[in-house]
Design a protein around this ligand. Structure first.
Ligand code: 3PG
Length: 306
């Protein structure tokens, strides 16, 4: 049996070796397709594999149509908005993610970007500190929990809003649960987003929500650009010269930011949150184990499609 690792943004070499070991130890073959650029190469590579491991690579109906032998796709990471789950189910393919495996890496980048923006992009002028400031964590999943842990090290006051996470779970992590989203945005100078991109959340971070943030507001987005109403964010930043935005990947209207908001934003050129050796090893090897477990023994823990 063959498992294809198709990563347009490759894993660290050390992680690929770990993945190879897992797959070969199970008597299976690893097929590696990195930096493939064009979709046609992916379509060609999926034709005779039973398993597929990807990152943010787009796996749509066309890919499933081409992958006649495919039984499992594992998204080595948390967000699976890049995979057409309905098409997977229609083709009788199991889809899984590897929750938590890259969350520390993403959480560390939150602070990498936050310190960078409050120190004025290291331009030599006097910035501000994080100690004593209030951070709101929007969604208290695996990344949100790591963000809370690190924020406390900086001496920040931390609260979290998550309608899907019981308040006692948030409180047990030493974080103040907030039941009203507006209350969190009103009181937190810093807000870090950790919501998935779903029909419910897309464009939900909008003008009316963000305008409530206190003076010197910093919005930190290591989730997905789709959760932001990008036009409304521009409108707000036009109105409020104190508002700053850092994001792990540029918004669709990035040129507007370059033209209008110099010094008030930072965007990674490629999604970098999970791009560490440790996260690649954790997520990649978990994906390999889950693929093998499913192909050999039908274990479907972490399945995300019905
Ligand atoms: C995730 O959803 O796990 C992160 O956004 C990481 O995505 P990546 O594997 O494309 O870096």
């Amino acid at each position: 049996m063959k498992i294809l690792v198709a990563t347009d943004k490759p894993f660290a070499a050390v992680a690929v070796e770990g993945i190879r070991k897992e797959i070969e130890a199970a008597g299976m073959e690893l097929v590696l397709l990195e930096k493939y650029g064009e979709k046609a190469k992916l379509i060609d590579a999926v034709k005779d594999v039973e398993g597929l491991i990807v990152r943010s690579d787009i796996i749509d109906a066309e890919v499933f149509d081409a992958a006649k032998k495919l039984k499992i796709v594992v998204r080595a990471g948390a967000g699976y908005d890049n995979i057409d789950l309905a098409a997977a189910t229609a083709h009788n393919v199991c889809v899984m993610n590897t929750p938590g495996q890259n969350s520390n890496a993403v959480a560390e980048l939150v602070f990498g970007m936050t310190v960078m923006i409050v120190r004025n992009l290291y331009n030599g002028t006097s910035g501000t500190e994080l100690k004593g400031k209030k951070l709101g964590i929007h969604a208290f999943g695996q990344v949100g929990r790591n963000v809370a842990r690190i924020a406390k090290g900086f001496g920040m006051e931390v609260c979290a809003y998550d309608p899907y996470c019981p308040a006692n779970v948030i409180a047990e992590a030493g974080v103040t649960p907030v039941s009203d989203i507006n209350e969190m945005y009103k009181t937190c100078q810093f807000v870090s987003l950790h919501i998935p991109a779903t029909d419910e959340t897309k464009k939900s971070i909008n003008y009316n929500l963000l305008k409530q943030m206190p003076k010197g507001a910093v919005l930190i987005n290591t989730a997905r650009k789709e959760v932001i109403d990008e036009e409304e964010l521009v409108k707000l930043m036009e109105e409020r010269a104190d508002f700053r935005y850092v994001s792990d990947i540029a918004p669709s209207n990035a040129p507007v930011f370059a033209e209008k908001f110099e010094g008030r934003y930072f965007f990674t050129p490629k999604k970098m949150g999970a791009q560490t050796a440790e996260a690649n090893i954790n997520a990649g090897i978990a994906a390999a184990k889950q693929s093998v477990g499913f192909l050999k023994d039908g274990i479907d823990r972490f399945r995300v499609n019905k």
